[in-house]
Design a protein around this ligand. Structure first.
Ligand SMILES: CC(C)C[C@H](NC(=O)[C@@H](N)CC(C)C)C(=O)O
Length: 717
C-alpha cells in the first residue's frame, strides 16, 4: 500500500455536521432508503397481477418469472459491492446504479400502457411481444439497480459516523430498518389501490401505468434526495481492484501452503499467513477478518428459508382461513402487511426497552447471541404455524386420496329417487336435492341403480383422486358426471356453479357462456362479501344475491319456476363449507417471526458493518444479503421437491432444522472473537512502518519465483 494511503487510514475522518449527535448526512440516506423500498415493494405488489392479467400469462409462468426476478434482486448485490469497493466507491456506485434502477422503473411503467400498441382501439395491446420485451428489460435494470445499491447504501450510511458515535451507529441501522419497512408497508397498501383505478387514452382499463408509475417517481425522488446530500457525505475512496487483490492473495496463500506442505517447514498460525512472503500484512489481516465472518454466515440461509415462507406457505394457509374482523375484512395476502407493521413497533421497543433492560440485568447479549435467539424465535413461529395448521385441518373437507374417488348425486328430476350405491345403504334423494355428502369409493368402476320406471342401472367410471357429481336432469336417462374442485378455491375465493333446470338457455353474470337446459356450468370464482347474480333468458330476467365467506364452494340448482318465483326458488347445495378458522390466529406466528427478524436481521446488518475492514464494507454487506438469496433458492427447491403429506409436519420439520442450525451457529459464534477492524488496521500499519524487511521479502520471493520458472523450463528441455 502506498504511504499516502497508509496516512489516510490512520487519519481520523473529517468532522461532519451533526444534529443530536448524529451526522446530518444520514437524514438523506434514510429518506433515500424509504423511497427506494417504496419503489421496490410497490412495483412487486402488482407485478404478478400485471403478468397474469395484462400479459395474459398463466399462473405458473407468472409465478416463475416473479420468483426469478426476486432471486436476481438478491444476487446482484455482490456485483454492486465489487463495483463500489474496487472501482467507483460507494457514492458513485449508488448514483449510477440508481439511475439504472430509475430507468428500469420508467421502462416498466411504459410497458404497461396498453394504448402504445392498441392501434385498433379494442382495449387490448396489439403487440404483446413489445410489452413483454419492455417489461423484461425494465425488470433486469431494476434487479441490477436495487440489488446493486443495496449493500452500498447501508455501508455508506455506516461510513458517515465517527469513531465516538458507535451508539448512534447502532441506532442508525435500526432506523434504516424502520425506513425499509415503512416504505414497503405504505407502497404495498397504496399500489394495489392505484391499480384498481381505471385509466387509458382510447379505452379505460385497470391502471397499471399509475401503479408502476408512482414507484418509478419515488425512485427518481430517492435519487434526487441522495444527490441533495452530496456536499455533506463522508466519502471513502476505493483502494483499487481490491477484489482482484483478495483473490490473488488467497490463491497465492493456498499455492504457497501446498508447496511447503512438508513437515520440515514450520507451521503458521493461519493458512492465510502463507501469503506473507508476497502480500501486505494489512491485506492478509483484512482477508482473514472477512473470511471469518463469511464462514460464520454459512448456516444463516436457513433463517431466511423459514422467513421467506411467510410470503408463500403462510399466505396459502391464510387462504384456508376467514378474514372477517367484523368492522373490516382482511384478504389472505394482506396478512403479510402484519410483518412491516410489527417491525415499526418492535424495533423501537427492542432498542429502547428490551435490550437496555437485558443490559441492566448484567447479561451480555452480544450480537451473535441475539442472532441465535432470533433464529429460535423463527423456529417457534413455525411451531405456532403448525398448531394453527392442525386447527385448520380439523375443519377441512375429507378430500379423496390419490387412490380414492368421491361422488355426490344431484337430483334435478321432478320426483324423489332411491339410488342404490355399492356397499352403502340405498339413498333417498328428494327432487332438487343432493346426496348429503360425497361418498368415497376405493374402486373406480361402480354400478348405480335408480328406482325410476323403467329402472335405470348406470355403470360409472370415476376418476381416481377426484370429486365428481352425478347430475340427474329432468330426463333421468340423460344423467352425466361433472368434475368438482378437489381442494380449497384459490386465494380464499369461493367457487360457484349453476345447473340449469329452466327450459331454455340462460345467461348468468360471471359465466363465460350461456347455459343450455339441463347443462351444468364450470366453476366461477367470486370474492368474499355480498355478490349479486342476474339470470336472463333474453326475455325475462331475475336477480339473486348471496353473501359469501372465504373458501367455500356451491352448486346452485335453477328450477323450472325460476322467473315466476323471481329467482327465489334457486336452491343451493354446499359442496365445501366456508373457512371457519380465523386469520387472527396467524398473528402469534407473525409476532414470533418478526421478533426473530428484529434480533437476527437488524443485528446482522450492524454486525456485517462493524466486523468488516474499511475497504470491504460493501462486500461484507453483499455477503450478508447473499445469505438471503441462498435462503430464497432453498425455498424454491423445497417447493419444487414437493411437500410432506401433512402441512403441519412440514412446518415442524422446518422448525427442527432451524433449531439444529441455530445450535451449530451458536457453537461457531462461541469461537468467534469480536474485533475492531480499524484498530487492527492501524496497528498493522504502525508495525509496517518500522519493518525494514518488508521490501526485501518481496524481492526474495520474486527471485525465487523466477528461479523456479527457469528450473521448470530446463527440466522440460
Ligand atoms: C434484510 C433484507 C434481506 C430484507 C428487508 N426486508 C424487510 O425488512 C421485511 N421486513 C420487509 C417486508 C415488507 C417483507 C429489505 O431490505 O427489504
Amino acid at each position: 500500500m502506498p504511504d499516502s494511503k497508509m496516512d489516510e487510514t490512520k487519519k481520523k475522518k473529517k468532522k461532519t455536521a451533526e444534529c443530536c449527535g448524529y451526522p446530518i448526512s444520514i437524514f438523506f440516506i434514510v429518506v433515500n432508503e424509504f423511497c427506494e423500498r417504496f419503489s421496490y415493494y410497490g412495483m412487486r405488489a402488482v407485478l404478478v397481477l400485471y403478468f397474469r392479467y395484462f400479459l395474459l400469462w398463466d399462473d405458473d409462468l407468472a409465478t416463475s418469472i416473479y420468483h426469478a426476478f426476486v432471486a436476481l434482486c438478491y444476487l446482484t448485490p455482490i456485483l454492486g459491492a465489487i463495483i463500489a469497493d474496487s472501482w467507483l466507491g460507494k457514492f458513485k456506485t449508488i448514483i449510477y446504479l440508481s439511475i439504472v434502477y430509475a430507468v428500469g422503473q420508467v421502462v416498466m411503467a411504459v410497458s404497461t400502457i396498453h394504448d402504445i400498441t392498441d392501434a385498433n382501439r379494442d382495449g387490448t395491446p396489439d403487440n404483446f411481444t413489445l410489452h413483454i420485451a419492455l417489461s423484461m428489460l425494465g425488470l433486469v435494470l431494476i434487479a441490477l439497480g436495487t440489488g446493486g445499491i443495496k449493500p452500498c447504501v447501508a455501508a455508506f450510511g455506516g461510513d458517515q459516523f465517527q469513531e465516538h458515535q458507535s451508539r448512534q451507529l447502532n441506532t442508525f441501522f435500526s432506523v434504516f430498518y424502520l425506513c425499509i419497512n415503512a416504505g414497503s408497508l405504505l407502497s404495498t397498501l397504496i399500489t394495489p389501490v392505484l391499480r384498481a383505478q381505471e385509466c387509458g387514452i382510447h379505452t379505460q382499463q385497470q391502471c397499471y401505468p399509475l401503479a408502476f408509475g408512482v414507484p418509478a417517481a419515488l425512485m427518481v425522488v430517492s435519487l434526487v434526495v441522495f444527490i441533495a446530500g452530496s456536499g455533506m457525505y463522508t466519502k471513502t475512496a476505493p483502494e483499487g481492484n481490491i477484489m482482484g487483490s483478495v483473490c490473488k492473495c488467497i490463491w497465492f496463500a493456498l499455492n504457497n501452503r501446498f508447496r511447503h506442505r512438508s513437515d520440515i517447514y514450520p507451521k503458521r498460525e493461519h493458512w492465510m499467513d502463507w501469503a506473507e512472503e508476497k502480500y501486505d500484512k494489512l491485506l492478509i489481516a483484512q482477508i482473514k477478518m472477512v473470511l471469518k465472518v463469511l464462514f460464520l454466515y454459512i448456516p444463516l440461509p436457513m433463517f431466511w428459508t423459514l422467513f421467506d415462507q411467510k410470503g408463500s406457505r403462510w399466505t396459502l394457509q391464510a387462504t384456508t382461513m376467514t378474514g372477517d374482523f367484523g368492522g373490516f375484512v382482511l384478504q389472505p395476502d394482506q396478512m403479510q402487511t402484519v410483518n412491516p407493521i410489527l417491525i415499526l413497533t418492535l424495533v423501537p421497543i427492542m432498542d429502547r426497552i428490551i435490550f437496555p433492560l437485558i443490559k441492566k440485568c448484567g447479561l451480555n447479549f452480544s450480537p451473535l447471541k441475539r442472532m441465535t435467539v432470533g433464529m429460535l424465535f423463527a423456529a417457534t413461529a413455525f411451531i405456532a404455524a403448525a398448531l394453527v395448521q392442525m386447527e385448520i385441518d380439523k375443519t377441512l373437507p375429507n378430500f379423496p386420496s390419490s387412490s380414492e374417488s368421491q361422488l355426490k348425486v344431484v337430483n334435478m328430476h321432478s320426483e324423489s329417487l332411491i339410488v342404490t350405491v355399492p356397499s352403502q345403504e340405498p339413498l333417498l334423494i328428494g327432487s332438487f336435492e343432493s346426496s348429503p355428502d360425497y361418498i368415497t369409493f376405493d374402486q373406480q368402476d361402480i354400478r348405480l341403480a335408480f328406482n325410476t320406471t323403467p329402472e335405470i342401472n348406470k355403470d360409472l367410471s370415476l376418476i381416481k383422486g377426484s370429486r365428481q357429481t352425478l347430475i340427474i336432469p329432468s330426463e333421468p336417462a340423460e344423467m352425466y358426471l361433472k368434475e368438482d374442485i378437489k381442494s380449497k378455491p384459490k386465494e380464499g375465493k369461493n367457487a360457484v356453479r349453476f345447473v340449469n333446470g329452466w327450459t331454455a338457455y340462460l345467461n348468468i353474470t360471471n359465466l363465460e357462456s350461456s347455459l343450455q337446459p339441463s347443462e351444468t356450468s364450470n366453476y366461477t370464482l367470486v370474492s368474499q362479501g355480498m355478490r349479486k347474480f342476474t339470470l336472463t333468458d333474453g326475455i325475462q330476467s331475475c336477480e339473486f344475491s348471496r353473501k359469501f365467506g372465504f373458501g367455500s364452494s356451491y352448486t346452485f340448482l335453477i328450477p323450472s319456476d325460476l322467473f315466476s318465483t323471481d329467482c327465489e326458488s334457486i336452491k343451493e347445495i354446499e359442496d365445501m363449507q366456508p373457512n371457519s378458522v380465523h386469520m387472527a390466529l396467524q398473528i402469534p406466528q407473525y409476532f414470533l417471526i418478526t421478533t426473530g427478524e428484529v434480533m437476527f436481521s437488524v443485528t446482522g446488518l450492524q454486525f456485517s458493518y462493524s466486523q468488516a475492514p474499511k475497504n470491504m464494507k460493501s462486500v461484507l454487506q453483499a455477503g450478508w444479503l447473499c445469505t438471503n438469496a441462498v435462503g430464497n433458492i432453498i425455498v424454491l427447491i423445497v417447493a419444487e421437491l414437493g411437500k410432506l403429506p401433512k402441512q403441519w409436519a412440514e412446518y415442524v420439520l422446518f422448525a427442527s432444522l432451524l433449531v439444529a442450525v441455530s445450535i451449530i451457529f451458536s457453537i461457531m459464534a462461541y469461537f468467534y472473537t469480536y474485533i475492531d477492524p480499524a484498530e487492527i488496521e492501524a496497528e498493522i500499519l504502525k508495525q509496517q512502518e518500522t519493518d525494514p524487511d518488508k521490501k526485501k521479502k518481496k524481492e526474495t520471493l520474486e527471485m525465487e519465483e523466477k528461479e523456479n520458472e527457469q528450473e521448470i523450463k530446463q527440466t522440460k528441455i
